[in-house]
Ligand binder design. Structure first.
Ligand SMILES: Cc1ncc(COP(=O)(O)O)c(C=O)c1O
Length: 382
């Protein structure tokens, strides 16, 4: 058994990253300086999109993405229940109503056919999440949006560097959100980005990040700057610091290498698990490039997931469950009275799924520790 606990996810920070952060800490700009726009520019260049607005978390990115659409208060937004709560909390922050559509049994991504069933005259947008780093059925979702005149927001918190039909995620929806939390592919400690090709939305996103103020720091605080500024709309303070952006810029250089390493570990897992009857390995479509944020397996009915979870933890393996469906949380239940039976696929997947450790800093030996722990735990059940 492993002596040291292996977490399910972890950042990789090297000396180059530390050097870049150090330089900024010794510079004149700690926040809202040149590293912010440099990170935005380099990120957009990597994605191949026009505009990026970097903020202090993926959650903030989602919030301003929704806010930038300026939807009427009674509007509904359709999303998946099988995600982190930030995906639907951003709908609530903006006084709108989340409507959940069930997921697909193979990818666990939102099911376009279920989206169609949930559309009403109040539906104004869809937020789709690329679960685990696998892009959704984007063509089908775009087709629905076009036909019904809906906005699209892609929650790509898991999918930084992923591709759909040869093109990087970040180019398909009206707005795409990324997260730079330490368990994600690249990190800024906390941080997030919204990308868009729409100039009007971009201008609004910048206002929303900084109180709705019409001037940025470079024009407000210089020697010749006037004190005057206007507040154009109700914004937030979601600014991110320059030293975080220096870290993000440095991390971005390694993103492709990180995804490659994650894919190598996935291959080791897949080969070891594919012939075990009790396990279904994750399904990856052929027309995408998976970013592999997390690796999840489905256990069959002979294995109790919660007992499996506890047993893995006693073996020092940091398993997790992604996700408790959002409609199960007491806040959502009390507010919206959702019925679990309306989401049969989510219910089934949630009851059997477990996340195994996956991050770029894992060695092959770590992967084999996980594999042995999984096999031993399955044997405990037979
Ligand atoms: C699918 C999804 N959306 C949004 C977020 C929010 O990102 P952040 O933690 O950077 O606020 C997360 C974070 O885990 C996530 O998994």
């Amino acid at each position: 058994m492993r002596n040291k606990f292996l977490p399910y996810g972890r950042q990789s920070i090297d000396d180059d990253d530390i050097l870049e952060v150090d330089k900024v800490l010794k510079s004149d700009w700690l926040t809202t300086g040149p590293k912010v726009s440099e990170f935005e520019e380099k990120f957009c260049k990597y994605i191949g999109c026009k505009y990026g607005v970097v903020v202090n978390s993926g959650t903030s990115a989602l919030d301003i993405a929704v806010a930038s659409l300026g939807l009427k208060k009674s509007s509904e937004i359709i999303t998946t229940p099988f995600t982190f709560m930030a995906t639907s909390n951003c709908i609530l922050y903006n006084g709108l109503k989340p409507v959940f559509a069930d997921i697909k049994p193979d990818t666990y991504n939102i099911n376009p056919d279920e989206i169609k069933k949930k559309i009403t005259s109040k539906t104004k947008a869809i937020i789709y999440v690329d679960y685990a780093g696998q892009p959704c059925d984007i063509d089908e979702i775009r087709e629905i949006a076009k036909e019904k005149d809906l906005y699209l927001i892609e929650d790509a918190a898991h999918a930084c560097g992923a591709e759909y039909k040869g093109k990087k995620v970040g180019n398909f929806a009206d707005l795409t959100e990324f997260s730079f939390h330490p368990v994600k592919h690249i990190t800024t400690g906390e941080g997030g980005m919204v990308t868009t090709d729409n100039e009007k939305l971009y201008e609004k996103l910048k206002l929303l990040r900084n109180h709705g103020i019409d001037k940025d720091a470079t024009t407000r605080f210089g020697k010749d700057a006037s004190y005057a500024y206007d507040m154009k709309m109700l914004g937030r303070n979601y600014r991110i610091t320059d030293f975080q952006c220096a870290l993000g810029r440095s991390q971005l250089k390694k993103l492709d290498k990180f995804i490659k390493r994650r894919s190598e570990i996935v291959k080791i897992y897949d080969e070891e698990f594919e012939n075990i009857d009790e396990i279904t390995i994750p399904y990856a479509k052929t027309n995408i490039k998976h970013a592999w944020h997390i690796y999840t397996i489905l256990l069959n009915e002979k294995i109790n997931r919660d007992k499996f979870f506890n047993s893995m933890k006693t073996k020092n393996i940091g398993v997790n469950v992604h996700y408790i469906p959002i409609y199960k949380f007491s806040y959502y239940k009390e507010k919206f009275n959702f019925n679990d039976n309306d989401f049969p696929v989510t219910e089934d997947v949630f009851s059997r799924i477990i996340t195994l450790p996956l991050f770029q800093g894992m060695k092959d030996e770590d992967a084999y520790d996980v594999i042995n722990a999984v096999k031993d735990t399955i044997n405990e059940f037979s």
